[in-house]
Design a protein around this ligand. Structure first.
Ligand code: MG
Length: 207
């Protein structure tokens, strides 16, 4: 495939300035339920979408700093027959719409529809969606982050080789922090998206 004008521009800049090559196309991958929005058991109604307070402003700061934002969500309710892919897509549209009020845009939302006992290439903790995103958006995973409220989110990030997996204490996060203390030693733990954005911005590479 031919490079897009932006990719051409980036590769020229990267050749001139290696520091730019390191920081370009960084991403923050975000789990949906319990991370971006309030966890509601098998959420499938758009009207029940509820953003965490300050979530939009926090993500806007990351986006302003040049991070691409992508959602990676397991929706086993589809595989279990509780709701359809279309239901899940409508919820995702509402999430995107609500964040857009704060000027936040997600590059893409990836959905794994399988139940845990169904074969899947993409269901977290598989890193496959992060690899797909790397290829589609020319991302540097080693300078990117994965954020979620479950151990499988953190593992997904580690499996993909991201710079850091970050656990939020929203959703199932506090339970994970309590029950899986040994496994999450490698992770950063924060209260929520506001603290997550602050952590990333205070640890990013300065150009
Ligand atoms: Mg979650």
């Amino acid at each position: 495939m031919l490079p897009t004008p932006i990719e051409k521009f980036n590769s020229i800049l990267a050749a001139i300035c290696p520091q730019f090559a390191r920081i370009m196309n960084r991403a923050v991958f975000l789990d949906r339920d319990g991370t971006l929005i309030v966890e509601k058991n098998y959420l499938h109604r758009p009207e029940e979408v509820e953003l965490f307070p300050g979530a939009g402003a926090a993500l806007k700061k990351l986006s302003d700093a040049g991070f691409k934002l992508l959602i990676v969500t397991n929706q086993s309710g589809i595989g279990r027959g509780y709701f359809t892919l279309t239901d899940a897509e409508r919820v995702n549209e509402r999430v995107s719409h609500d964040f857009a009020r704060d000027g936040v845009r997600f590059e893409k939302t990836y959905i794994a529809p399988e139940a845990p006992d169904q074969p899947s290439r993409v269901r977290k903790p598989s890193p496959q969606f992060l690899f797909d995103a790397r290829d589609e958006f020319n991302l540097n995973l080693a300078e990117s982050f994965m954020v979620g409220d479950k151990l499988i989110d953190l593992e997904c990030g580690w499996n993909a080789g991201v710079k850091q997996s970050i656990l939020v204490r929203t959703g199932y996060g506090t339970g994970v922090e309590r029950d899986d203390a040994e496994q999450i030693k490698r992770a950063v733990v924060v209260n929520g998206l506001i603290e997550m954005a602050e952590w990333i911005l205070s640890h990013e590479i300065k150009a």
